[in-house]
Write a protein that binds this ligand. Structure first.
Ligand code: C5P
Length: 223
């Protein structure tokens, strides 16, 4: 299977042992892992540090949405932790996005660290959304000079076509045809998401709710 390196597994779990079971099962495949508000609220930066120290890429999904100064200072802390990527809400506005971008560049140059990707949240995949609105938000992300956006597969090809590959597209809401869609609305299979232009897919429950994480991930990637 060629797309393992495009798979981001959401560690939406509140049990540390379970988190490490998922990491142990899938890290050899060189997937990336997403830590969001559930695991971060419970286990904090220590969890990130432990995983990053094993040379595993971490996507910190805290979806920052605040005034520019607060976002900028938070982004500086995140950049210093050595994450592969993190999220901000595009609706926080141009000034906030630009100050996050400038601060991340500054901190990483000063500390000689790899710059994390700054990813802008468009419309959550748990609701319906107008494609034009998602593309408009992606345009704001591009103007602010951030690296990519979170969008469903239904908007991925429009974003890729319009911005000529200047924005990465990261797509959650991935489900196998037989999976429970849960609270997600704008869903597709992994292969459809890649076909529509997604650079990475984010998958949580279709993998972490299963007993055999490796087999579940294989099933997701081949559907
Ligand atoms: O379990 P499931 O595959 O639905 O997990 C999707 C993950 O992607 C969750 O961690 C969710 O918070 C995140 N996400 C999302 N939609 C967005 C941004 C992030 O589902 N627009």
């Amino acid at each position: 299977m060629k797309e393992w390196n495009k798979l981001i597994v959401a560690l939406d779990l509140d049990e540390k042992a379970e988190i490490f079971r998922v990491v142990k099962a899938l890290a050899p495949k060189k997937v990336k892992f997403k830590i969001g508000s559930i695991a971060f609220t419970k286990f904090g930066p220590q969890l990130l540090k432990k995983i990053i120290s094993r040379k595993i890429d971490i996507f910190l999904d805290l979806k920052l949405y605040d005034i520019p100064n607060t976002m900028k200072q938070t982004a500086a802390v995140i950049a210093g932790m050595g994450c592969w990527a993190f999220t901000v809400h595009i609706r926080a506005g141009q000034e906030a996005l630009e100050s996050v971008r400038d601060e991340v560049v500054r901190v990483c140059a000063a500390k000689k660290m790899r710059k994390p990707l700054i990813l802008g949240v468009t419309e959550l995949t748990s609701g319906e959304a107008a494609k034009a609105k998602v593309v408009e938000l992606a345009d704001q992300a591009r103007i602010a000079g951030i690296d990519g956006v979170i969008a469903s597969a239904q908007e991925a090809s429009a974003i890729k076509a319009k911005f000529d590959n200047h924005l990465l597209v990261i797509t959650p809401g991935i489900r196998n045809p037989k999976d429970d869609k849960g609270d997600q609305q704008r869903i597709t299979t992994a292969q459809t998401a890649f076909y529509e232009g997604a650079d990475y897919i984010v998958v949580g429950r279709p993998i972490i709710s299963k007993k055999n994480y490796l087999k579940a991930a294989q099933e997701v990637l081949s559907a």
